[in-house]
Design a protein around this ligand. Structure first.
Ligand code: PMP
Length: 444
């Protein structure tokens, strides 16, 4: 990979950069100007291998012709349609196609699809559906939602309330929610391959919160089956099964936030399929449209949907939607994306590569600063020991150096998170690992 000096830096005055500490950020942002397949191109023409699928979303790789053409065609035919008691044919066929691969399979029952514009909107929608469902079936005192420490569920008020990442929550008021303990236990589980063996008992934390608040106040529990943004925290073996059983015992709905795990990340279409645990609601976004057009979707079980439609409290209607719910151009992108996933077997490709990926990542064990390595499907994390007094600084330096060497990784605190597009080839996995290895060997 040839590297050039960066030029043409933009004016920083007007664009308020998201997820950026703008008070301190005065550096030149890295700028991308193109993308094809597994690679980005930066503004100076350097190739950058995408180790993160953009932001966990470009599962089929960049610049896919089918998506480009479908979007262009749709924009020319019908660019927008209002959503009040109206629609357009493509939104119905997209929902039908999604139902055929819905979490838990086509007989799993999560085949009612509500479209949103993003993961955050999907989360807020699922929380509202859960509370409205409880109301509709005569359980109106159930308004509390249980999330988890270190959970990330987007940045809407619902999402930050159930989320457990401090930076997202501080300074804002929140809706009633409480949090189970997280499941990261490096003392017992460091360098686990796949699911950690220890920690199923952490599911009992839900019982603690039921005892504290009363089951009759709790509408739902929401978890990421695999917590991505906190740095790839995997559920211990048996944990999600236990959570399902406890939720059932107390009439609490179980919501899986599959914004990251949906659409093949773990080597199955959804994490729901991977774990064989069927929740009542599943939130998705990202891979739904291959990241090309913003869109999210909530999959609801028939139980939840039918409870809302026919429950005894018939005055309860969920009046909810977005201007862009089921946007025709997003649906066109989504349909083309599903076509690619099916043709290329991408929703299960992670299972074929999982072993190779696992061995490649774990070859980094023993390199300087490496405290833990975690992997599942085509997702991975390398947790580094923090530099004294400067949490996050070491991983940030590794991120900058990897980018300079032509590899895009994502860091959160001192954790490197990896999630390459599902089209990744073995030699590209080798490159990801060797660039990180070289960088760690010389990292301060
Ligand atoms: N939930 C989870 C599990 C996520 O990982 C994310 C985004 N990383 C979101 C919700 C929010 O999605 P968006 O940024 O599209 O609003």
């Amino acid at each position: 990979m040839t590297l050039h000096v960066r030029t043409n830096q933009p004016n920083l005055e007007n664009f308020w950069m998201p997820f950026t500490a703008n008070r301190q950020f005065k550096a030149a942002p890295r700028l991308l100007s193109g993308a094809k397949g597994m690679y980005y191109t930066d503004i100076d023409g350097n190739e950058v291998l995408d180790g993160t699928s953009g932001l966990w979303c470009v599962n089929a790789g960049h610049g896919r012709t089918q998506i480009v053409e479908a979007v262009a065609r749709q924009l020319g035919e019908l660019d927008f349609a209002p959503t009040f008691q109206m629609g357009h044919p493509i939104v119905f066929s997209f929902a039908e196609k999604l139902a055929a691969i819905a979490p838990g399979g086509k007989d799993g029952g999560l085949d009612r699809v509500f479209f949103t514009g993003s993961g955050s909107e999907s989360v807020d929608t699922a929380l509202k559906i859960a509370i409205a469902y409880q109301r509709a079936i005569g359980q109106g005192t159930r308004t509390r939602i249980i999330g988890r420490e270190k959970g990330y569920h987007g940045v809407g008020f619902g999402g930050i309330s159930v989320g457990g990442l401090v930076n997202n929550r501080r300074v804002f008021p929140q809706i009633p929610a409480d949090h189970m303990r997280h499941t990261l236990d490096m003392e017992r589980n460091a360098f686990s391959r796949g699911l950690p063996a220890h920690g199923i008992e952490l599911a009992e934390d839900l019982e603690r919160l039921v005892a504290l608040h009363g089951a009759e106040t709790i509408a739902a529990v929401i978890v990421e089956p695999m917590a991505g943004s906190a740095g790839v925290i995997l559920p211990p073996k048996g944990y999600l099964e236990r959570l399902r059983a406890i939720a059932d015992k107390h009439g609490i709905l179980l919501i899986f936030d599959e914004v990251i795990t949906g659409f093949g990340r773990l080597g199955t279409p959804f994490a729901t399929d991977y774990f064989g645990v069927t929740p009542d609601l599943v939130t998705t976004a990202k891979g739904l449209t291959n990241g090309a057009i913003p869109m999210g979707a909530v999959f609801a079980s028939r139980k939840v949907h039918d409870g809302l439609m026919t429950g005894p409290e018939s005055q309860i209607e969920l009046f909810h939607g977005y201007t862009y719910s089921g946007h025709p151009v997003a649906c066109a992108a989504g349909l083309a994306t599903l076509g690619i996933y099916a043709e290329e077997g991408l929703l299960t490709r992670g299972a074929e590569l999982a072993n190779y990926w696992q061995e490649a990542l774990h070859s980094l064990k023993g390199l300087p600063h490496v405290a833990d390595i975690r992997n599942l499907g085509l997702v991975g994390a390398i947790e580094l020991r923090s530099r004294d007094g400067a949490p996050g600084a070491r991983a940030y330096d590794v991120f900058v150096e990897c980018f300079r060497k032509g590899l895009l990784i994502r860091v959160t605190g001192d954790i490197i998170a990896l999630s390459p597009p599902l089209i990744v080839e073995k030699h590209q996995i080798d490159t990801i690992v060797s660039v990180i290895a070289d960088t760690l060997k010389t990292a301060a």
